[in-house]
Design a protein around this ligand. Structure first.
Ligand code: MOS
Length: 703
């Protein structure tokens, strides 16, 4: 099947021609459009909502407030929040929903929103850096204080990063329709099956009566990973109105009504021998969370899992501020963690006078530092070697250091992510004209249909063109969520198992060894149905890093970046990047390369551009429109992004040998870029994003 391995995306033509249907494209008969009215202040008390001026507008049918809505119970996990908005009169963040306008058109609903008058008692908001800090996690291994005191080299630095929003092109939203007691949701989500128990608990409806359809999802990056209040509000409003309701977050509402990656402050203390071998490591992480809801950004996972360190002290704290609750964002946990850890490792290399690559090699973990288990597979050393060769790392300083106004610097970092595995089921229907794969995965733009069609085709011995994938509907076999780089691993394995079930049935019919489509014909059967599951040890619902197996499972890689710095203006340019990744078997090199390239671009954005500010007087998000959000565009990205993978088959991680790649490419880039800036002009920026003024303020620049 080698010829089909790099199969281009099957959904490409549908997306290009507009045939792909997103949640908001569903317009059931009689649909009303809903727009949320948000609190205008970040802290205080709601005194009243005056809807009179909205209700006289043409097309506006209702303005719902807390008094109209049912009393919501505390939401069960995995809901993103515990307490529903519109439940009490406390205002805890700007944009918190205080009313819902229903209208015959989106335009009328927006006009209604603008006409609603919200009366608030304003209080001073709690700003980032000024909130109450609470311990959220601590873990110790060995004697860190003694190790640090005795260390030949000590690095003690604090690394900051700004909050960042996911900014999917499709905002989050839901179309809700009741048919008697039965509820259908067309939803923009990454995990439709988890919406059911949450909506069911929130609205006291039987879970069996909730059906969620989630066809094409216009990006998610984690913001659509957990169920959020707007999904429940859409269903509640539809029940009250007696008509279907379409509630899609306006772009400004997206900032406050779903999550973002929090502001983070990470203090690293590391001790090492003169040869750069780590002896002790302390990593203290603070991330902001909401006043009433808690998100812990587990950045210490990076320090816990990557290097062989005998003594470790890990601390996680949350700081409560007047903002909505953060949520996982593409490469959560290790992504932020590596910004701090890998920056400190680069500083260690500089202090020791060693090549940063040699410092990584000196601290390579032969077994899992977290618990001593052997790795299921680990190609990190090979990735270092391949990457250094492809980049020309060892000879980097022999090349010209200037190109016109640009002073050129080089930096590197290790990449790593943990392994998220979820159980799931799939079905393969073999018919005379081809096969149909059924699995409730989500198409968030990663190429999942393409990959699942390849896996089924490989197992059946037919062409992927003969495989149709049905996805995005809770009536299909339940799979894990489409996040945590877990979909190909879990659902891919379940599809492979279902296809093998078909093959086994063909053999039992005496049709083994024949082309399966001809075999059906031969046996006079119209359809054979194979069932497959991906199960975890002990029937667990989730396994982190190989939990429940004798092996530790992770993914790794290395990223090398070449950055140009303009010493007069502090401007940065990404000139070249080389990434090599160890992630098990790569099912489709085309979609895999796209994932990693996208991750590197995402990392450049994090390193040099992205920042959501809490405005220091009002406490609200400062910019609430994409036009105010700096993210990389084509002109920011060089053609020379070189992505490759080590050749692996990881039989512990999954039936198909894959370990999961989606988020790995986004890790390490920020630390590599910061190191490249330092290499170019001698300035260490420890506060993301690395904006021109920070480069200049760190001067004088040595060029
Ligand atoms: Mo991602 S944060 O696993 O959608």
């Amino acid at each position: 099947m080698t010829a089909t391995r790099g199969r281009p995306r099957v959904e490409g033509p549908d997306k290009l021609t507009g045939a792909a249907r997103y949640a908001a494209d569903h317009r059931p008969d009689g649909v009303l459009h809903a727009v949320l009215v948000g609190a205008p202040v970040a802290a205080g008390r709601l005194r009243g909502v005056d809807a009179a001026a909205a209700l006289v507008l043409s097309g506006v049918t209702a303005v719902l407030t807390a008094a109209d809505l049912p009393a919501f119970p505390e939401l069960p996990p995995p809901a993103a929040v515990r307490a529903m908005p519109l439940s009490d009169d406390r205002i805890r963040y700007e944009g918190q929903p205080v009313a819902i306008v229903l209208a015959e058109s989106v335009e009328a609903a927006e006009a209604g929103r603008a006409a609603v008058v919200v009366d608030c008692e304003r209080e001073a908001p709690v700003l980032i850096g000024h909130g109450r800090r609470e311990p959220a996690m601590s873990e110790d291994r060995g004697d860190v204080d003694t190790a640090l005191a005795a260390a030949a080299i000590r690095i003690e630095q604090t690394y900051l990063q700004a909050p960042r929003h996911h900014h999917a092109m499709e905002t989050s939203g839901t179309v809700a329709r009741w048919d008697g007691d039965r509820l259908t949701l067309w939803d923009a989500v990454q995990a439709s099956s988890t919406v059911i128990p949450v909506v069911s608990a929130a609205l006291s409806v039987d879970a069996a009566d909730v059906h969620v359809v989630a066809r094409h999802t216009g990006g998610g990056f984690g913001a659509k990973g957990f169920p959020w209040p707007h999904e429940i509000l859409a269903a509640a409003a539809a029940r009250i109105a007696g008509r279907p309701v379409s509630l899609h977050l306006r772009r400004p509402d997206q900032f406050s009504n779903v999550g973002y990656q929090p502001w983070m402050e990470q203090a690293i203390r590391l001790g090492a021998t003169a040869e750069g071998v780590l002896t002790g490591l302390e990593h203290t992480v603070v991330n902001n969370t909401a006043l009433a809801d808690t998100h812990v950004e587990l950045a210490t996972e990076a320090s816990k899992s990557l290097y062989a360190v005998p003594a470790l002290r890990l601390r996680q704290l949350v700081e409560r501020v007047s903002l909505n609750v953060p949520t996982p964002m593409r490469a959560p946990w290790e992504g932020p963690g590596l910004w701090a850890l890998e920056s400190a490792m680069n500083e260690l290399a500089a202090a020791a006078g060693l090549d940063p690559l040699d410092v990584r090699l000196a601290n390579f973990a032969e077994t899992s530092p977290a618990d001593g288990r052997p790795w299921s597979a680990n190609g990190l050393r090979e990735a270092y070697e391949q990457g250094a060769r492809r980049y020309g790392w060892r000879g980097r300083h022999e090349r010209p250091r200037r190109d016109g106004p640009w002073v050129i610097g080089h930096g590197m970092a290790t990449c790593t992510m943990g392994s998220f595995r979820f159980p799931g089921a799939s079905r393969v229907r073999l018919r005379r004209d081809g096969a149909v794969v059924e699995a409730n995965v989500h198409d968030i733009g990663t190429g999942v249909q393409t990959v699942l069609s390849q896996i089924a085709a490989d197992e059946l011995g037919i062409s992927p063109d003969q495989v149709e994938v049905r996805w995005g509907d809770t009536d299909l076999p339940r799979t894990g969520p489409t996040y945590g780089s877990s979909t190909t691993v879990g659902t891919g394995s379940a599809v492979a198992a279902a296809a093998r079930d078909v093959t086994k049935q063909l053999a039992e019919l005496g049709q083994g060894g024949r082309n399966p489509l001809e075999a059906l014909d031969h046996a006079g059967i119209d359809e054979l149905v194979g069932e497959g599951t991906f199960d975890l040890p002990g029937g667990a619902g989730f396994s982190l890093n190989g939990e429940g197996t004798p092996y530790a499972i992770r993914t790794w890689g290395v990223i090398f970046t070449e950055v140009g710095v303009d010493p007069d203006f502090g401007l940065l340019r990404l000139r070249r990047a080389v990434g090599v990744y160890s992630a098990g078997r790569i099912v489709n090199p085309v979609t895999a390369r796209a994932q990693m390239t996208g991750g590197i671009i995402w990392g450049w954005g994090k390193a040099t551009m992205e920042q959501s500010d809490q405005e220091p007087v009002s406490g609200r998000w400062l910019a609430k429109n994409l036009s105010d959000v700096a993210v990389p565009v084509n002109a920011d990205i060089p053609a020379d992004i070189d992505v490759s993978f080590t050749d692996e088959y990881d039989q512990t991680a999954s039936l198909i040998g894959a370990r999961g790649i989606g988020e790995l490419g986004a890790t390490g880039v920020d630390a590599a870029v910061a190191a490249a800036v330092h290499d170019a002009v001698g300035v260490r920026v420890r506060d993301l994003p690395i904006l021109p003024w920070k480069v200049l303020a760190g001067g004088p620049l040595t060029t």
